[in-house]
Design a protein around this ligand. Structure first.
Ligand code: IPD
Ligand code: CA
Ligand code: CA
Length: 572
């Protein structure tokens, strides 16, 4: 999940532990001032009665790590991002201190926080079907008679391959989040938990020299067969049972990850464990000479890139905003594809346009409050800085989207003094990102892209955009290697830019369809004109649609010649 998406939060659900009155009061005042909804439930209670899935919700826990774990149980299955405020004592998960609550929330609501996806573990065993964010422990049950066996024997398999017999106090299967505590007791590695989805099998008080922790993928299915009585605990007892001899436990990565919101008010992971556990590799503060530039992290760009010029900053913000908008688009596209909702498709498409629009315009408005913003889906806002205008098509290729076709995109452009200078086109279904700055170049997923250099029509692949009478198709089909009709004008221009087409035709197109694609194609070497060869001039006009002919440049004369030679004459 992208932190930018949190800028559109309109509801907060807080899970509140006893002794959190002060922070709760702060949260209540803060939400009231901003017109954001707030519902509270006591720790341990379900949020079902107050949760409305149509509202963009942020989960907050006020308590210690125990409350945070209860929050994960409630929020993660609903994909609600979660922020932990620590009103307890020693906390690894609830990382915002009460005095920083308002500042941390401001950061979240500006879309500047990051969201880490934390792996969870899923376990089934007789009487247990549970998910945990920390660990599953299978351990000995103390014998009633002290002279009876005190060790546990467990046969363990990974994807049906026999690993061996674990003999000792038992074993733990931990996620990276849970690895810190478990590994301390077993000399295993501490996993850096940020976006790390591995699972670790840790032997506890093993009786066999040489038995080591093992790291597996979240897809690995671990089977553990008890060779005696054993206790099973998930996340320190949030689910538990006593197992008998020859019971089978299955452990694997849970399908749903927890979305943990991270702000600049959290301690960095290694600082937190240094402070709290006496890590000993360093002291709790990082000396200035050891501090590196923070990596460019989703959601923190606006604060990290103060040295950049406006256009470079705009590219970073546009990228994050387009990717954040891609999330609800992917989710809603999945619903369009499902048979069950075929009848109310148009509602889903409207919702898709609306959600993507809201995320992008909020992110851009937050970071560039004095710029003007025009989006196809929302009214024009006039900024004080008249030099800069953002032109946004939150969902280009609606027809494809509505039919479950993956060829659709998000298009965000910045116009400076009337000239398109920065473009971002993001393709949610393939996670492809096309970007460009006019004077610098164009990139796909960070790699430079260029147009082709073909100059013969009969060797070229063409893309046709809107072509109402099929004239372009029929006129050029036999003369070229083929004419493709795809459905997103923004993306067509990116295909031209990256060389998978030699030319693009749009019979008539709105300026927001092509603003970002224009920057990308031109920066990759394309020539863009109207149907008569006059260089295409970008004008934001809500009523006017204009023809566009784009090519790699070397093919342009042949295209224009053939176009002049009869495109307007209907073919028999
Ligand atoms: C449309 C697409 C399509 C083009 C149409 C546009 P929308 O935009 O770009 O490829 O042929 O002219 O209106 O409505 O999907 O945003
Ligand atoms: Ca469009
Ligand atoms: Ca659109």
């Amino acid at each position: 999940m992208q932190g930018r998406r949190l800028a559109t939060t309109d509801e907060i659900i807080a899970i509140v532990s006893p002794d959190s009155e002060g922070p709760l009061e702060t949260l209540t005042e803060w939400t009231t001032e901003r017109g954001i909804g707030l519902s509270t439930v006591d720790v341990g209670d379900d949020i079902g009665a107050v949760y409305d899935e149509s509202r963009a919700t942020l989960g907050i826990t006020l308590g210690g790590d125990g409350t945070f774990l209860e929050g994960v149980k409630t929020f993660a299955p609903r994909e609600i991002p979660q922020l932990g405020v620590n009103t307890g004592t020693l906390a690894f998960l609830a990382r915002v201190e009460p005095e920083d609550l308002e500042d941390a929330l401001e950061e979240v609501l500006h879309g500047r926080a990051a969201v880490d996806s934390r792996q969870q573990v899923h376990v089934t065993a007789p009487g247990v079907d549970a998910t945990g964010i920390n660990d599953v422990m299978v351990q000995q049950v103390p014998p009633e008679n002290p002279i009876d066996r005190k060790v546990t024997r467990l046969d363990v398999y990974a994807d049906n391959e026999y690993i061996g017999e674990f003999e000792g106090t038992g074993l733990a299967v931990s996620t990276p989040t849970g690895s810190t505590g478990i590994s301390l007791s077993a000399n295993g590695p501490v996993h850096y938990p940020v976006n790390n989805h591995t699972l670790q099998i840790v032997p506890l008080h093993t009786h066999n020299l040489g038995v080591r922790p093992i790291v597996v993928s979240p897809e690995t299915e671990l089977r553990i067969i008890t060779r005696g009585q054993a206790s099973l605990l998930v996340d320190g007892g949030r689910a538990h049972t006593i197992l008998s001899r020859d019971d089978e436990i299955t452990v694997t990565g849970a399908a749903k990850r927890a979305h943990v919101v991270r702000t600049s008010y959290d301690d960095h992971f290694f600082t937190a464990i240094t402070k709290k556990l006496g890590w000993n590799l360093r002291d709790a503060t990082v000396p200035p000479e050891k501090q590196l530039e923070p990596p460019s992290h989703p959601g923190t760009a606006a604060t990290d890139c103060e040295g950049m010029d406006t256009v470079e900053r705009a590219l970073t913000v546009a990228t994050e905003a387009a990717k954040a908008a891609g999330e609800p688009l992917r989710e809603l596209h999945g619903q369009v594809e499902s048979i069950a909702v075929k009848s109310d498709k148009s509602d889903i498409v409207t919702e898709a346009d609306h959600q993507a629009d809201r995320i992008i315009t909020t992110a851009v408005g937050n970071e560039f409050p004095d710029h003007a913003i025009f989006s196809e889906e929302s009214t024009r806002q006039t900024g004080e800085n008249t030099a800069y205008l953002w032109v946004i098509d939150p969902l280009d290729g609606t027809g494809n989207f509505a039919h479950g076709n993956p060829n659709y995109s998000v298009s965000v452009a910045l116009i400076k003094d009337g000239e398109p200078v920065m473009g971002v086109v993001y393709v949610p279904e393939t996670d492809e990102l096309f970007t460009a700055i006019a004077t610098q170049g164009a990139w796909r997923d960070g790699d430079p892209i260029r147009t082709t250099d073909r100059d013969r029509l009969d060797e070229s692949m063409l893309i046709s955009g809107y072509d109402p009478d099929g004239l372009f198709l029929s006129h050029f089909y036999q003369e070229s290697r083929g004419v493709r009709r795809l459905g997103s004008a923004a993306l067509n221009l990116c295909y031209l830019a990256s060389g998978s087409a030699d030319a693009v035709w749009e019979h008539d197109t709105y300026s927001w369809d092509i603003a970002a694609g224009l920057v990308i194609a031109r920066a990759a070497g394309a020539t863009i004109t109207d149907e008569s060869g006059v260089p295409f001039e970008f004008v934001l006009d809500t009523d006017d649609r204009r023809a566009l002919l784009g090519s790699n440049g070397s093919l342009h004369p042949a295209l224009l010649e053939h176009l002049a030679d009869g495109l307007t004459t209907p073919v028999e």
